[in-house]
Design a protein around this ligand. Structure first.
Ligand code: ZN
Length: 198
């Protein structure tokens, strides 16, 4: 089945391991890459390996960054007493795009899912609780409105309640099961402004 040279076949195989890339797209991308100028291909390969090598979790909010602490955590203009809890870095990016949220974030890297065997210990929840020992006034839970997101929101609110810190949940209005990153900015802002006490 080796219609192409083995190196092209390997490139197609590697590309088809990426999410959303079927074998047809992988072929198309492989041929596109082969036809690209050499320096462009070198640049692409270099940016992939460098990003993988240098990008890690911010030691405060656990978003992806190439610094010790991300620019948001480092900023003195942000309100560090308000923490918005999101499932992943793409959700953080969605809220940042609105430009209206002045607090900081906490990225869980997932949501609790008994069905998938993902428990509280598998997301960055312990790390959130540690942050709450500092000076925090409000935790806004902005996990997705999926079953997992709601389960996680309930779990977190139960954990935080006894500390006396205000816990809120972004308003529903965000489509059920909708990933935050696909929701437009107006809807996100409305969800944030209409947040309710838990
Ligand atoms: Zn950070």
């Amino acid at each position: 089945m080796d219609y192409y040279s083995s190196q092209i076949t390997r490139l197609i195989e590697e590309l088809s391991k990426l999410p959303g890339i079927g074998s047809k797209s992988a072929q198309r991308l492989a041929f596109h890459i082969i036809n690209m100028p050499q320096e462009q291909v070198t640049g692409l390969a270099f940016s992939i390996t460098e990003a993988k090598r240098n990008v890690h979790y911010c030691k405060e909010c656990f978003t992806l960054t190439d610094q010790d602490r991300c620019p948001i955590c480092k900023s003195e203009k942000r309100n560090h007493k308000v923490i918005m809890v999101v499932e992943d870095t793409r959700d953080l990016a969605a809220y940042e795009k609105t430009g209206k949220f002045e607090g900081v974030y906490h990225v869980l890297h997932g949501a609790i899912s008994p069905m998938l065997g993902i428990g509280p210990g598998d997301i960055k929840l312990k790390e959130l609780m540690q942050r709450l020992q500092g000076d925090v006034e409000e935790v806004i839970i902005a996990t997705n409105s999926s079953l997992e997101g709601e389960t996680t929101a309930m779990y977190i609110s139960k954990l935080i309640k006894p500390t006396g810190i205000r816990v809120t949940r972004i308003a529903s209005g965000v489509p059920v099961g909708g990933d935050l990153e696909y929701i437009d900015e107006v809807t996100l802002l409305r969800a944030l402004e209409g947040r309710v006490e838990l």
